[in-house]
Every structure is written in structure tokens, then in C-alpha cells.
Design a protein around this ligand. Sequence first.
Ligand code: DP6
Length: 328
Amino acid sequence: MKATVRAHPNIALVKYWGKRDEALILPHQSSLSLTLAPIHVTTTVEFGAPSDTVELHGHAARGSERDRVLRLLDAVRVQAGRDLGPAKVVSRGDFPMAAGLASSAAGFAALAVAGRAAAGLPQDTRASSILARRGSGSACRSVQGGFCEWMRGEREDGEDSYAVQRFDAGHWADLRMVVAILDRGEKEVKSRDGMKNTVETSPYYPAWVKDAEAEVPRARELIAKKDLEALGELCERNAWRMHSTSLAADPPLCYLNSATLGLIQHLREQRKKGVPVWFTLDAGPNPVLLTDAAHEVAAEALARACGAVDVVRCVPGGDATLLTEHLF
Ligand code: DP6
């Protein structure tokens, strides 16, 4: 009745931005990401505990954070088809929470896989991805390693909205993602609220949906060919379009700050000098730089020269995996 899983976060190359169903977390468009190592979250789940307890990163979870975890475990109980009793959950991450890489993606992926294992259910990436999605959309892409595509699906019950691995981590082992932490502060508007506001008020939102959906197969082709330059350009284009649709929301949402823009400007200059480095940007000011192994040191130096207070260098990561050592 106890299981422990380690999962990695992921960075979207084609972003998910906006839900068509808030309760089930169903997106308006498909998205595509790369799972990132070595950073990870480890989660232990035990059913049959005296009462429901959730500890995240050393603190007892409360409010909506706790509810999200317990709701996911309720979905595990439904999949198991039996009463498993109260659950104890302990989760810990090894990377800076303000990295702009949501620890929630790795956390909910680990919770989904550990929850199923603790309930005695067989390993099933599709079922785990669907469960993880219900905790946080982007989490469905962290159940597996490498390049994962979250297919939006058509069904109202969400059973066809999950992530599949298109290429494993070994396919492009030379690829590097360098997280440039320019600002450690909590972002003002969480992704969940920001995307909701964008869906409801941005006149550009329908164009975003159509464009992002079309970019997914293009990104897949470029990954197949390992075409860094064309993939870098696609990533930047997609990030700019996500941020443009948000800037056009009411009230407007601007996640970039002057340091973000400074770094982007510097990046362009470096590219003119022949350094192959591109950026992507989630719902925060900290860019993630895309480059290859030969240029990761240069990418880190560039980030630091532009004011990065911390830098996390990542390589393609693997699947969420069961561990034999538990957190309690
Ligand atoms: C900008 O998955 O954190 O990082 O589904 O509401 O939990 P919820 O949102 P979340 O949003 C991620 C948004 C993004 C883009 C992406 O990861 O695809």
C-alpha cells in the first residue's frame, strides 16, 4: 500500500495555454515538451494511513494545494474500484521552486504513478498521464521522459486527452536546456489564473489555439531531424505568441520584465556571432535557453552576464520511475 516515485519536470516547446474544461483540465490545444534531468521530485504515497495528510517540500499542505492532491488520489480510488482508506503523501523536490519550472508538473506526475502503484494497480502510462493531468495539465507530460506530446483529445470525459512519448531521452542526448533564473520572486499571476483570463478576454486567443495546434507536428518533425536552429526558432515563435495572446487579455498579463527582454536582446546578438542559443518562456520572467552540449557553458555565461542569480543546466530526462526507498 506504499509506493515512491521520482519524476522530472518538463519544459514546453509548444505551450499549453488555456482550458476548455476547468474541472477535468482539458486543453484547447495540443502541446509538446521535453522532460528535464537531473532535477526531479520524489513522492511517497501510502494508503491505509490513520488520516489524510499531505506534506509538500517540508510543509503540511493546506487549502487548494492539499485539495488538489487529495482529489487526484480520489481519482486513483475510482480507477482501483475500491476503498483504499485515508492516504499519507510526502513529496520533495531538489530544484529551486522559483526556477520558473513548475515543480507541480513533476510533483503530480510522481503522485499519479505512485498513487496507482500504492493502490496495487499495474503500471500504465496512459492511465497515469490522465491522472497527472487532473492535478496540473502540464504534469501529464512528465509521466514519460524525452519528448512528450499532450494530445488535446475530443472527448468530454477527457479519456483521450493525455501525453504520449514521441522520442525518448536518448534520441537527442546532445540537446541542452539552461534555466536562467533572473527573478526568484513568486509570479504575480499563476498560470492557472492567467490562462483563464486569457481564454475569457483575449481577442487573439482563437488564433493562438489554431497556431499552436499546427506547430506541434512541425516541432515533431524538427525533433526527428534534430534541427536545432529550426526548433529554436519555432520555440521562440511559440513563446512570443503565447505571451502576445496574454498581453492582449483584459486586464493585460505581462510575465516578462526588463531583465527578460535584456537577455532576449543579448541572445540575438550572440546568435549573430554564431552561438546557437534560443529561448522559451513560461508564465514568468525566467527564460529557458535551448542549445547543444558544446554551447551550454556559453549559454550559462550569457545568462549570468544578463543578471541571472542562478542557472540550472538540464539534459533530456527519463520516465517517472518507482524507487525502492521511501520518504517515510
Ligand atoms: C506556461 O500546467 O501549471 O507552463 O493545468 O492550471 O495546473 P494548470 O496549469 P499548468 O500550466 C502550464 C503553463 C505553461 C505552459 C506549458 O507548460 O505547457
